[in-house]
Design a protein around this ligand. Structure first.
Ligand SMILES: Nc1ncnc2c1ncn2[C@@H]1O[C@H](COP(=O)(O)OP(=O)(O)OP(=O)(O)O)[C@@H](O)[C@H]1O
Ligand SMILES: [Mg+2]
Length: 392
């Protein structure tokens, strides 16, 4: 027996029919793209969706894309919705190549093209078929990190190289995860910015109450009736609310269900959720943290704060020490001296949580640089919670 009715409804690829608390955003997308159907060929809107991790960027764009393609068909417009994950594709060239191969011409010759030529090729294919496309380019920040603003630049200008009366065929949804958007916008030139700047849909973090409703709905699809009591749903929502992250909430719920099954329990109980929580960040083993001394925890928290939201892969030990003093004060602890901090750094690096190396070019003098092997965001959340609990 199992608490689940249909586990696949919790998989990340599944796009649920409804998206509670994203109605406004769906409406907003519809109003941005309505003109594509009313005025085919005359417009090709470009819209940006941003938001923190797990705020529903991917699922929102997929829900909209599928619905929009259906609606276009009903209105006799030959429009295809195409989803591309830029991080998985690895390069702009591959993004465009995969779009063409998977949707239009499986035998496209691949050598000797530049990505610009490929893009023109794509346009010719659409011309030939008298077809339109709604592209969703997800996790675009991965591409910008590697190739700068060129891909966005070419995409926002595809139609400019065409004769004045040629129909505009490619509408686009760009997706950026926060907090990358700001950095990416700095890379863009004024005219690209002004083309894009007016059509941004920002997804706020979900509140605990919203997460509760989302969970309730997703649980109805995936779990047997009454297998997840309200008490459990509320706990999951509360635990996920600091991140506002629906993915974390759903993952927690799924793992808790697995634990309930393994114990032959017919219901998912709060204790299953508490157990699940230890496993919900795949890159971070909570057990690793529990055995750290108080000041190792404070130092590790300082390292994750230092690295979070900054572009550098490493933090210098000087900066870390400074943050560590601030963190110590915050938790009413007297900071340890430099030599002791050194020892902590060494023991932390032995646990495999951090890495250290000596600075090379680009730094004045030699300094020790510290990197993290786990997500700073997860680590910071976890450590803050442990340290707060100790205070009580
Ligand atoms: N409003 C909602 N209703 C139902 N399910 C939702 C909702 N928002 C998000 N989800 C679910 O939460 C999970 C995370 O959503 P999604 O993958 O779209 O987030 P994201 O913003 O793309 O995150 P990331 O920045 O990590 O890519 C998915 O399983 C998705 O189906
Ligand atoms: Mg996503």
């Amino acid at each position: 027996v199992s608490v689940f009715k249909d586990e696949s409804k919790l998989s990340l690829d599944y796009v649920p029919p409804r998206l509670p608390h994203r109605d406004q955003e769906l409406k907003s997308l519809a109003s941005h793209f309505r003109s594509v159907i009313e005025n085919p060929g005359n417009v090709a809107p470009k819209v940006i969706i941003t938001g923190n991790i797990g705020t529903g960027k991917t699922v929102l764009s997929k829900r909209f894309g599928e619905d929009f393609q259906k609606y276009a068909k009903k209105k006799n417009l030959n429009l295809k919705y195409i989803y591309a994950n830029c991080r998985e594709s690895g390069s702009f060239f591959n993004v465009i190549k995969n779009i063409i191969i998977q949707n239009y011409e499986p035998t496209l010759p691949q050598r000797g093209y530049s990505s610009k030529e490929l893009l023109n090729n794509f346009m010719r294919i659409l011309d030939k078929k008298n077809s339109y496309a709604l592209l969703v380019l997800d996790e675009l920040e991965a591409l910008v990190k590697k190739e700068g603003s060129d891909p966005i630049f070419s995409l926002t200008r595809i139609h400019e190289t065409r004769p004045p009366n040629a129909p505009q065929r490619i509408s686009i949804i760009f997706i950026f995860r926060e907090p990358e958007r700001e950095r990416i916008f700095k890379l863009l030139d004024k005219s690209t910015l002004s083309t894009l700047g007016h059509s941004i849909i920002n997804l706020e973090k979900y509140t605990s109450k919203q997460l509760e409703e989302i969970l309730d709905y997703r649980i109805q699809e995936a779990f047997k009736e009454n297998a997840v009591p309200m008490e459990t749903i509320k706990l999951i929502a509360d635990l996920s609310a600091p991140f506002g992250d629906a993915r974390f909430a759903i993952e927690l719920c799924w793992i808790a269900g697995k634990i309930a099954d393994s114990q032959y329990e017919p219901k998912v109980l709060p204790e299953h959720v508490r157990k699940a929580q230890m496993r919900a960040h795949p890159s971070l083993r909570i057990e690793d943290l529990r055995f750290l001394s108080l000041h190792e925890k404070l130092l590790l928290l300082a390292i994750s704060r230092q690295l979070r939201g900054c572009e550098d892969a490493y933090a210098s030990i000087g900066d870390v020490e400074e943050t560590y003093r601030v963190v110590s004060e915050e938790f009413n602890e007297k900071p340890r001296a430099h030599t002791q901090i050194w020892k902590y750094i060494q023991s932390l690096s032995a646990t495999g949580l951090i890495s250290t190396k000596v600075s090379g070019k680009g730094y004045r003098g030699k300094t020790t640089l510290i990197g993290l092997y786990v997500s700073s965001e997860n680590l910071e959340a976890e450590l803050s919670r442990m340290l707060r609990m100790r205070k009580k």
